[in-house]
Design a protein around this ligand. Structure first.
Ligand SMILES: [Fe+2]
Ligand SMILES: [Fe+2]
Length: 274
């Protein structure tokens, strides 16, 4: 087992209070990045002067893993252990069923975001966008704003789709006025000298000038890794919001013949060999 410098790790994330409020998923990601950074710089244990890795250092780590970083959280056990058997889904699964039984790896983070948005009395469509913005991360991490938006597009308003699709790119672009700063965690995840690629810069410019800019921006503002410690949020608390902002197909998600039904079937049965 690698002996990590807890003090440096916690300080790098912004202190004990921040760490205490992080979701297990965020903690796991942060720890993975911290260890990777330590290994990349050739140190068995990170020192108190640990710094975020550079883009080149992160790239050098790619061939040291048996999975790619973009793989969905539900598709691989990144701790090196085995995956678990999944519980059965109802014959006509609903969004709430998927949140409870399949997309859990990021469900807690999403529920916390939605809770935060609701506490701020934001419009309910924004609360809903927060509730689902990262759910596709169970399937695929790379390009997750677009994956999530596509999964939800047939069932939600155009504005909610817009909010989900572009939140991921807006995460790279601070907006002090809106109360959003560049996340410290991204320095370790993407590299201290990372610059979003040209297509993402372009996406940002387009979204910034759009009349719905505030919708994805508000998702980022509530997309924090630090929450009130010990607060447990249940999907039951959002059944009413889901009912008003998600057109649940009567056949069940995955069986309604939409162009995205296969996303939901993949989430339902990620153990299918083909
Ligand atoms: Fe996200
Ligand atoms: Fe998020």
């Amino acid at each position: 087992m690698i002996d990590i410098d807890r003090r440096a790790f916690i300080a790098g994330l912004g202190g004990a209070a921040v760490v205490a409020g992080m979701t297990p998923e965020a903690k796991a990601d942060a720890l993975e990045n911290f260890l990777a950074a330590s290994l990349a710089t050739g140190a068995a244990a990170a020192s108190a002067t640990a710094r975020a890795p550079t883009v080149a250092e992160l790239e050098a780590q790619i061939p040291t893993r048996n999975y790619r970083r973009g793989v969905g959280n539900g598709m691989v056990n990144k701790d090196g252990g085995n995956v678990t058997l999944l519980p059965p889904l109802p014959a006509r699964p609903t969004l709430a069923d998927f949140i409870r039984l399949r997309l859990q790896s990021n469900a807690e983070h999403c529920l916390q975001s939605a809770r935060l948005a609701r506490l701020k009395n934001l419009d309910e469509d924004i609360v809903f966008a927060c509730l689902v913005h990262d759910l596709s991360l169970s399937l695929m991490r790379a390009e997750h704003g677009f994956w999530s938006a596509q999964m939800f597009e047939p069932y939600v308003s155009e504005k909610v789709t817009f909010a989900i699709r572009h939140h991921a790119t807006l995460r790279f672009f601070p907006d002090k006025e809106a109360g959003y700063e560049y996340p410290e965690l991204y320095r370790t995840m993407f590299g201290s000298d990372y610059l979003p690629p040209p297509h993402q810069q372009e996406e940002y410019r387009r979204v910034r000038a759009h009349r719905w800019y505030l919708a994805p921006r508000l998702v980022t503002v509530n997309d924090l890794y630090s929450f009130e410690p010990g607060v447990k949020v249940s999907v039951d608390d959002f059944e009413d919001v889901i009912g008003r902002h998600f057109r649940q197909p009567k056949e069940g998600l995955g069986f309604d013949g939409t162009p995205v039904a296969h996303f939901w079937r993949t989430a339902a049965n990620p153990d299918s060999p083909l």
